[in-house]
Design a protein around this ligand. Sequence first.
Ligand code: GDP
Length: 529
Amino acid sequence: MPNGPTPEEISKRRTFAIISHPDAGKTTLTEKLLLFGGAIQLAGTVKGRKAARHATSDWMALEQQRGISVTSSVMQFPYDGRMVNLLDTPGHEDFSEDTYRTLTAVDSALMVIDCAKGVEERTIKLMEVTRLRATPIMTFINKLDREGREPMELLDEIEKVLKISCAPITWPIGMGRDLQGIYHLIEDRIYIYQAGEKGRAGTHATIDKLDSDAATEFLGARAQTFRDEVELVRGAAPEFDTKEYLAARQTPVFFGSAINNFGVTELLGSFVRHAPGPQPRETTGRIVEPMEEKLSGFVFKIQANMDPGHRDRIAFMRICSGKYSRGMRLFHVRLGKEMRINDALTFLAADRQHTDEAFAGDILGLHNHGTINIGDTFTEGESLMFTGIPNFAPEMFRRVVLRDPLRMKALQKGLDQLCEEGATQVFRPLRNNDLILGAVGQLQFDVVAFRLQDEYSVQASFDNVNVFTARWVYGKDAKKLDEFRTKAYENLALDHSGALVYLAPTRVNLQLTLERWPDLDFRETREHL
Ligand code: GDP
């Protein structure tokens, strides 16, 4: 065991991300969490950042326009004796593989759902990603101050569509104009709703005990129906079970209105209490435990530095075990090289500075001069590599069209490098010399075009291409694999690492191929190894 305060420091870390469909209220909730965590003084700070997306600058205009900044990628704040690390997953048009990979670097997630809209498409996708690592999920059903759907119906939908059991912790008393408050099923306490508390910490009057006279008086005409409803909920929904939650089979559900600071402290309090601390992680050799004395970690994201004076990039490393202190030497496993790290960044939101210490669960920002790739592992000397930092099957495909054919070499080099950073994925069909780019969001193509021009002086445009999706093809039987290569030649390609990929032109084609080749494994992810 390490000496000093390390075990306690590590077990109090809560590293998580928020998953939601655009407009469900992720930014608003993030801001309230920071506000209650004392990380910001005023509401509007995070929103302002979002609005600043349209600002332009003479460097990396695109990245600045989109508000992609290093500073908002990780937000660290203390709360109730814990240290919370909130990892931002860009929403909206910023959606990219970064979002997916960030989810591989957290220990739990918070899902925000709009009470009028229910489970939406982006949430479904993000939830699938959290399943890769059985990540525990807490749910916040937002915008209770607006007319929404029946709470029971929302829980049913979550259970059916997301295939996770729901354990309500709070229950709304009315909705929209009729919203009176929430009832805490475990505390047996009513939190009274008051609108328009914008920007102030969420202190709400409460009434203890649903069967008290005070509750009867407060609930007025709806007292009996609400008590019956609670009875029904208790009968129909499972009780919160920490074990089930930690196994990602059950999600505790909270109701509230982020913009009105309502229901957020109840959520945050439960979150820091029940959400898991740093979890063990698999590597090529063995499982790494967070409490191990020696530091280890992996890079899940690389991002342009906002400092125009330095054109280097920041590599975000999730610390998986041990402790970082300034000036220590880290072993870059892939390169087999030691590096002294003097200027790593941490992200304590109120006081963002170069750091002296960081612990398992924290994120370190490493200055990257081109030697760090996504998926790279750092240790204190041991040659292990973290697994589970995948490439995700892209959902959008474009064929690269080069304006000046003489720039082919520069284009190849640029694409290779952008692939290594995880900015896009390149597929080279077996049957021709096309270069097909894959991404999970449109922004990725814009960034690639911009950076090819900016950093490699290559002007490229993108054509639509007839690809529906990609699957990495694996098979134990070499003969079968050979046969597949011949039969499916027209639709096969190699990815950046040389792995075999099936590019399905349509959903039906994919379905047929899966049925025809039951001995082969068609995977939606390929691990960085
Ligand atoms: P994001 O796209 O998920 O980050 O969502 P935002 O936080 O930007 O919120 C989307 C819109 O919903 C904004 O106009 C917010 O002001 C609004 N919003 C967020 N929370 C609430 C809420 O509790 N009630 C209401 N009525 N609107 C909200």
